[in-house]
Design a protein around this ligand. Structure first.
Ligand code: MG
Length: 246
């Protein structure tokens, strides 16, 4: 039985119209004097702190606590402003899914498993009126490795529910192969959605338990049906996915 459902943010719950990427770029140009300094970064599925490590290494900037704080403080400032001016949107089916999960008998804990730093996650989700839907989370400020964030989330869900959870009692929902990998790393099941940066075909190659074009393609009720992380479950496939960015 699924006791917790953990959502990725970018490309899974929302698409910011590139506000996150632009906020990174703006910070690089403004605070560190390096225009276009983030072009080499691969944002999809990454963690903010992992991206920052790559950024500092690439530009030979000292990876100090002070530089990290300077970067992230400016980043959230720009993110807040850019969200108001870029054309983002909630991903299809999100509202129905969150409502559907709450209506299930003995509803699962609803949480976040995201590479965003906590404040960045809050700024993005508040912008779309979604922040309060999530009762628990593991965030990119807690570790640069997404698989480690999954371990943190697993422990944290157990603490919230007052009993340790097995991995297969968790469902991870995400839009990249890295989300699928982090679910697998803790023995969780994974629902991959092609509403972000990867096509349905790309996601299917990584063999999530389910792969769907959008959350509209599958019901939250399906989480009742699966009890084993090893059981092969037919994937749903009805239409091509959409491209998106952080
Ligand atoms: Mg994502």
């Amino acid at each position: 039985m699924t006791k917790a459902v953990l959502f990725d943010i970018d490309g899974t719950l929302i698409r910011t119209g590139g506000a996150g990427v632009k906020a990174f770029e703006r910070t690089s140009a403004t605070v560190f004097g390096i225009p276009n300094g983030t072009n080499h970064l691969r944002f999809a599925g990454g963690t903010d702190t992992g991206l920052l490590q790559d950024y500092f290494r690439h530009h030979k900037i000292q990876h100090s606590l002070e530089n990290t704080a300077r970067f992230l403080e400016a980043y959230v400032h720009f993110l807040d402003h850019l969200l108001a001016t870029t054309s983002g949107a909630m991903c299809p089916g999100v509202t129905n899914w969150l409502g559907g999960l709450e209506r299930i008998q003995n509803p699962p804990l609803i949480g976040l498993l995201t590479g965003n730093i906590r404040l960045g996650a809050e700024i993005k989700l508040r912008h779309f009126g979604l922040w309060d839907a999530f009762k628990v989370g593991a965030f990119g400020c807690e570790h640069s490795d997404r698989n480690k964030l999954a371990e943190i989330a697993l422990r944290r869900c157990g603490m919230m529910l007052g009993t340790p959870l097995d991995g297969d009692e968790i469902l991870v929902i995400g839009d990249t192969p890295l989300d699928i990998e982090c679910a697998r790393s803790i023995g969780a099941r994974c629902l991959a959605v092609a509403t972000g940066s990867h096509s349905l075909e790309e996601l299917e190659r990584h063999q999530p338990n389910w792969a769907v074009p959008t959350l509209d393609s599958i019901s939250p009720e399906m989480i009742r049906t699966a009890t084993s992380p090893h059981k092969r479950i037919p994937r749903v496939r009805t239409m091509p996915g959409k491209k998106g960015s952080r």
